[in-house]
Design a protein around this ligand. Structure first.
Ligand SMILES: NC(=O)c1ccc[n+]([C@@H]2O[C@H](COP(=O)([O-])OP(=O)(O)OC[C@H]3O[C@@H](n4cnc5c(N)ncnc54)[C@H](O)[C@@H]3O)[C@@H](O)[C@H]2O)c1
Length: 356
């Protein structure tokens, strides 16, 4: 049984991790929570019967009641809180993005190297969905060469899905100075990522990539590796529409991200072509738990075409991800979504934003 402390009790904690952890009591017990808001701390502690609450995340990290720390706080605090947790001998589950700028993440990789006996994992949840794992397994057995890849993230999720399904407790007692400090730190981190010449468009593109596009792009990386080069970066509407082409040597991959549309949809997908075969994996919104998912495989000849569907699969990918975190802790395994793995991603996203 892993005694877990959670830092940051906002949307992702309330919608996903806390309710799913409540169903995994054979593996995890949430013994402590931390947030800068008293009201959300009281609400969550009482709702989930959590015995220890801390306003200061450092006190949670230092608590003897905690073996592992789940960091669900704003991105600017990720590396600071994760480093402290590793140095205190605690396992770390860190929500994506692991950091805002690559140099800071390099420091976290170095801290982890000194404390390699504890697990450090990044929450790239799409890479733990059962059908993503099936797609990977099929590809590994497959001798056909990839001829084209297409991936996309066109989402408008939070407001509609959350408000019409499961309400989130939104605190009104956040210290006013906290918001200002967060915005200032955030800007300083972006400047460190993109340099003093950073334009607003570059900042917007980088935000899209590190906050949402990273899910699908890191899944593409797990399937096909890092691209040899970024061929083109096209953008419009001040960076909120983005089309990137990657050069993989033998094939090209197109990635499309759009996030200013008012149509309610969650269209995240990966299509992989091998001339006469196509794999198509589509994710539905992660904010409604246990939605079914399918993977389609289509094979064609000159005279016929056959499609196989894997799924529908109802296991929530956040649950699979938490099971994997447990397995890494219990068996001393290095997670595939390690801090080092995220560092490659941040460097790629920085290069994309600077090319725009
Ligand atoms: N894997 C996913 O699909 C997914 C989805 C959403 C968010 N996320 C990630 O999870 C993290 C949290 O996102 P969210 O949407 O829940 O944000 P949120 O703003 O809803 O919640 C953040 C919480 O952290 C608290 N907080 C602020 N400063 C803090 C500090 N210094 N120490 C402790 N707590 C502090 C806030 O009061 C708030 O309750 C982000 O890194 C985000 O990228 C991942």
């Amino acid at each position: 049984m892993v005694r877990l402390g959670i830092i940051g009790l906002g949307e992702v904690a309330q919608l996903m991790h806390l309710p799913l952890l409540a169903d995994m009591q054979d593996k995890f017990k949430v013994t402590a929570v931390s947030d800068i808001s008293d009201s959300v701390l009281d609400y969550i502690a009482s709702r989930y019967s959590i015995p220890h609450t801390f306003k200061d995340p450092e006190d949670l990290i230092g608590s003897k009641e905690v073996d592992a720390v789940m960091i669900l706080s704003p991105n600017v605090y990720h590396v600071r809180q994760a480093s402290l947790a590793l140095e205190s001998g605690k396992h770390v589950f860190l929500e994506k993005p692991a950091a805002i700028y690559p140099d800071e993440l390099e420091k976290l990789v170095a801290v982890h190297a000194k404390h390699a006996d504890v697990t450090g994992m990044v929450g790239y949840v799409r890479r733990y969905s059962e059908l993503f794992l099936k797609l990977k397994e099929l590809l590994q057995k497959d001798t056909k060469a990839i001829t084209y890849m297409r991936a996309r993230t066109i989402v408008n999720e939070t407001g509609f899905y959350v408000n019409t399904t499961r309400p989130v407790f939104r605190p009104r007692d956040l210290p006013p100075e906290a918001g200002k400090a967060l915005r200032e730190e955030d800007r300083a981190h972006y400047l460190k990522a993109l340099g003093g010449g950073m334009t607003e468009t570059q900042k917007n593109i980088y935000t899209l990539l590190i906050c949402s596009g990273c899910h699908i792009l890191s899944a593409v990386k797990e399937l096909a590796g890092l691209p040899k080069a970024i061929k083109t970066v096209a953008q419009a509407k001040n960076g909120s529409h983005l089309v990137i082409t990657f050069d993989y040597g033998d094939f090209m991959c197109v990635f499309e991200e759009v996030n200013d549309q008012a149509v309610v949809q969650f269209d995240e997908s990966i299509e992989l072509y091998q001339n006469d075969r196509r794999y198509y994996l589509r994710y539905d919104t992660p904010y409604i738990r246990n939605l079914p998912q399918v993977l389609e495989v289509t094979d064609s000849t000159k005279t016929s075409t056959n499609a196989i569907q894997y799924g529908p699969c109802y296991t929530d990918m956040f649950t699979t991800e938490l099971n994997y975190f447990y397995d890494c802790i219990a068996n001393g395994k290095e997670p595939k979504t390690s801090f080092k793995d995220s560092l490659e991603d941040l460097r790629l996203y920085r290069d994309i934003a600077l090319k725009a």
